[in-house]
Structure formats: structure tokens, C-alpha cells
Design a protein around this ligand. Sequence first.
Ligand code: ADP
Ligand code: ADP
Ligand code: MG
Length: 458
Amino acid sequence: MYEKILVANRGEIAVRIIRACKELNIKTVAVYSEADANSMHAQMADEAICIGRSPASESYLMIERMISAAEITDVDAIHPGYGFLSESAHFADICEKCNIRFIGPSPRAMRALEDKAVSRVLAKKAGVPAPPGSEGLVETEQEALATARRVGYPVMIKAIAGGGGRGMRTAHNDISLVKGFHTARTEEEKAFGNSGVYIEKYIENPHHIEFQILGDTKGNIIHLGERDCSIQRRHQKIVEETPSPLIEYKYKDLRKKMGKAAIKIAEAANYTNAGTVEFIVDEHANFYFLEVNKRIQVEHPITEEVTGVDLVKQQILIAMGEPLKIGDVTFKGHAIECRINAEDPFDDFRPSPGRIEMYYPPGGRGVRVDSHAYAGYTISPYYDSMIGKLVTYGKDRREAMTIMIRALSEFMITGIKTTIPFEQAILQDPNFARGVYSTNFVDQLLNSGRRGLIEDKA
Ligand code: ADP
Ligand code: ADP
Ligand code: MG
């Protein structure tokens, strides 16, 4: 058993990991930046070390400081959380070389799925379709035009190193394609230090459905069902649920087919630890591989609620070399997650950092809040604006929704703007209530007359 783990992250996920360690009787080391000196994760851990200044590039992204902190505190392993260094094969390599276990997939598996272009090739080899598009990187304007004309407009120009909804552009004709191609290459170089782009067909009225994977070091790989993450703004998820209404109500046999495809991709990469295989599904139940997120995901709690499996504990046990002992995964009930972001939903989701005056999270049956926020805590402008997750569980979708509506109305955060009023409008939308929605849902809601309704509430 590990004695001590360093948590190389901040915010709610650092708190989530520390909680799992406490239950496993493992000591924890938190690292924090200057801006996070008073943050919850630094206070909850057994030890805390300041690793640098507020910008992530001067703290949470600095590999040598993480390793020094781990060596000084003599930890057995590092949990990277999500974002920051979590998907860096280079960081995983350095951890292993320093004899510190990296809690995640092996560097080899990470490299096999390193970027989106490489992953597309791997999926194809595994016999899983990706959206029609370029074979690999697109280097010239001519190549871009030829690809787009071959697959047909609209298309997406995607940065191979993109993530978190960034580095994606839609083009509807030759003119916007050429323009998008050139701006993509310059902007991606600036944003990700990598100008590589590829082109794929834009799937219309798409559903984002993903599968949770767990693989141990003995070669066993299982999936733990799907999550529907089609409720997105700017290609970033804000509400997620499991099971997916599209699968549950309309295309029941998709679960088996997509679950098999997800496992095939994980097997082709010799995947270990927790991961997520993301797909896009069209209106006719055709599904296409998008990418593998090689880490724990923000929305993992909804899977935990319906399967009863603690995914973070599983990550730690797998990294220690334990075989999977879950047996047949069973699914019970329905879970929904709302991401609570410090953003103004009526001003284009502009970040709203500042001091939280009052903080009163909801409680009661079927409610789980994963958050690092508290009254008096100041949300820093340096990091992601997500300040917590509200998860509800019910025996069926209707009950999970009823509890969510009740819990959102109880959630009191003053001093800053949050996405709560917008999520109330989503939960009250008749199409959401029927479970009929695609990734166009948020735009449709914003453009509909119901916009007035949510502003009144706010
Ligand atoms: P999930 O599917 O778990 O929601 P996201 O893609 O939204 O994953 O990313 C999770 C976290 O990681 C977010 O905080 C996001 O801002 C951050 N993130 C993901 N990819 C990148 C990237 N390439 N650059 C910077 N931040 C990223
Ligand atoms: P990220 O790394 O930012 O998570 P993804 O490739 O996973 O990027 O895509 C994020 C979101 O963008 C998807 O959930 C979906 O809403 C949209 N998207 C991506 N590719 C396509 C596509 N080919 N057609 C339609 N929508 C897409
Ligand atoms: Mg994605």
C-alpha cells in the first residue's frame, strides 16, 4: 500500500483526490501557487508546499518543481488530476525515472494516444470509425481544400494539441476554410506551441457520448457505461448525465456496440488506469471516435453514482499493481451533473472572479457537491472558472431531475456571478425534460424566447 501521495493539481479535483486518499489511509501532500495559499486543498492535505507564482506556467505546469516537492516529501506516487500535467507523457516518464509512480496510463499508452491525429489512426486500426477527414496532418491550403471537398462541407479544422473546447473551427465553404486554416495554424502555434491541424467532417445535430474505461496492469479492460455530455457551450460541457437519454430511449443497442468499440481502442493502446473514450453520434445512430482523455474526467462522479465504483480509488489501486476486482459492473438509477462555474451566463459566460461572500451548498437526499469553495474564498482569475460540481442521483431520470431542480434552487453563492441560473433554465426546458437534445441545445436555448425567462430569474 502507498504511504503518501502528492497531488499535482488544485481546486475541486485536488480535494476529491485527498478525500479518496484519506479513506484509503494514505497521507497526502498538496502543492499550491501563491494565489492558492488559502485554498481548500492546501488546508486539507497532511503537508502543503508552495511551488511558485500564480500563473500555472510558473507553478502547476513546472515539472522540476513538482518532482522536487515529491522528493523532499518522500512520496510513493503522484496523482495528476485533470488538466495541467495530467496528459503529459513526458511528465509520466520523468516520474517513473525518479522512481515515483505516476497515477495514470503508462507513458507508452499515452504516446499511442498522444494527439488527436495519432489517435484517429489508432482507432481506424482498431476498426472503429472516426469522422471522415484527412489521413494525418494537413500542411497546405491545397490539401485542406481537397480534403474538405472530398468529405463535403461543413468541416472542422482541429488543432491536434487542442483541448478544453479550444483549437476548433467550423468551415462551411472554401472561403471560410482557407481563412480558418491559416488563422488556425498561427493561433495554435501560439496557444499550444504546436501548429499541427487536421480536418474532419462536421457531424450535424451531434450528440457527445463517452465511455468510462478502467484497465489494470494485468491486461483486463472494462467499461463502466456512458455519459451524455451534449449540453455544451463553446464545445465545453456544462451539464452531463448517465445513462444517455439517446441510448436509453431511442437506440438501446448502441450501448453494447459503443462500449465494445471503446474497449477495442483501449486494447489497441495497451491502456491502463482510468480513461474516457469520446464519441460523436449522429441522428441515425452512427457513431464516430473523437479522442481519448487519458486521465480522470471532470464528470466522473455521475458514473460513480450509478455504478457504486469509486473511480479515484480504483486509479490508485491500479497504479499500485492491484488487479481489477469489480466483477460485473451493474448500473442502477440515473445521475446528473451541473458544473458550477464562476461566469456570467448573460455576458457570454465571461469569467467572474472575486470574493465569495456567502456560500451555502444544497444537501439532502440524492445530492453530492464536489467543490473547493467556501464563504470568504477568493476565486483567482488565473485558473479555470469551475468552482464546483453539483451531482444528483435518483432511481430514474425524472427523480434525478426533480432533485437537481430543488438543489439548484437551494445553492446560494453571493459576491460573484455563477452559471446556476442558466442551469435552472436548462433543467426547466421542455426538450431537456423529454431527453431530446443535441450539442446545439445551448445555442437554441439562448436564441429562443426563453432567454428572457432566465434573465428574470437572475
Ligand atoms: P472534461 O472532458 O474532463 O471536461 P475538458 O476537456 O473540459 O475535460 O478539460 C478538463 C480540464 O482541463 C479543464 O479545466 C480544461 O480547462 C483543462 N484543459 C484540457 N485540455 C487543455 C489544454 N490543451 N490546455 C489547457 N487546458 C486544458
Ligand atoms: P476537446 O479536446 O476540446 O475536448 P473534442 O474533439 O473532444 O475536443 O471535441 C469537443 C466538442 O466539439 C465535442 O464534444 C463536440 O461537441 C464538438 N465536435 C468535435 N468534433 C466534432 C465533429 N466532427 N462534428 C461535430 N461536432 C464536433
Ligand atoms: Mg474532448
